[in-house]
Design a protein. Structure first.
Length: 255
């Protein structure tokens, strides 16, 4: 079974999020890069499926030359082939991104296209659905359970499950299909030392897709104001007791 997993290079932000002075990008000067947690689960799911049924896993990303590092991280987890759709500084929106991915995988002979449910930086939820539309394939999103069903020696369909507002939903899709998975569908493995060494030596295939304007334009990014934290000194010694009792009463602790 041939599976292609699409991932995205996103900032590894552990503290306060800052934007660049022009207000158009997240400031990554002090951060590294990774892939979204949902996509790590997609890689793990693909490796598990091919481990049971045979086949191979291709990992694909669209981004700058540095995104090859994220492809190697995924190769270390068990993917066997890496493809970089290399871009310049042009802003690629969801429509252009989906068109480039669809063009790259259209003749790849893939039985299953796996995505993370949404990217960790934009949270757009758009690319998997748009890729399926471009390719004319069935698509289901938000999946936390996946089973590939074979007809003889050939996988023929996939049964996908998700929970929506407390209700379990199950979808039966013919292959090939597009599926986006959510974190929690599995527990991604840690890369092994042999996996890291193999990924370091692997050749990354590079394709330069042509960018087509899609009518979308980013105006600016804004970091929402937090609730903020403050401390109040009620007093010292026994003189603070009335104020403390009043505060506890306001919080409903004494009622």
């Amino acid at each position: 079974m041939e599976i292609c997993v699409c991932v995205k290079r996103v900032p590894m932000v552990g503290g306060a999020i800052m934007v660049t002075p022009d207000g158009l990008e997240v400031d990554t000067a002090m951060s590294g890069f990774t892939v979204s947690p949902h996509e790590e689960c997609a890689i793990e799911e693909a490796v598990q499926i091919t481990g049971r049924l045979g086949g191979s896993v291709t990992v694909l990303t669209l981004g700058p030359p540095e995104a090859a590092g994220q492809l190697r991280d995924m190769l270390a987890l068990g993917a066997s082939r890496g493809i970089l759709l290399q871009t310049d500084e042009t802003e690629w929106g969801p429509i252009a991104t989906a068109a480039a991915i669809a063009g790259a995988v259209r003749d790849g002979g893939y039985d299953l296209l796996l995505f993370g449910n949404e990217a960790a930086d934009t949270g757009g939820y758009q690319v998997p659905v748009r890729v399926a539309h471009f390719l004319g394939l069935p698509c289901v999103t938000g999946i936390k359970g996946l089973e590939v069903v074979a007809d003889g020696d050939r996988p023929s369909r996939v049964v996908a499950g998700r929970e929506y507002r407390g209700t379990e939903e199950t979808f039966d899709l013919p292959l090939p299909a597009v599926v986006s998975v959510k974190e929690g569908i599995n527990l991604p493995r840690y890369p092994s030392l042999p996996g890291r060494l193999r990924a370091k030596r692997a050749t990354i295939e590079t394709i330069e897709p042509s960018w087509e304007p899609d009518g979308l334009r980013k105006e600016r990014l804004r970091v929402p104001e937090g609730a903020g934290k403050k401390a109040q000194v009620l007093g010292t010694g026994t003189g603070a007791v009335p104020a403390l009792v009043s505060l506890l009463d306001e919080l409903g602790v004494l009622s």
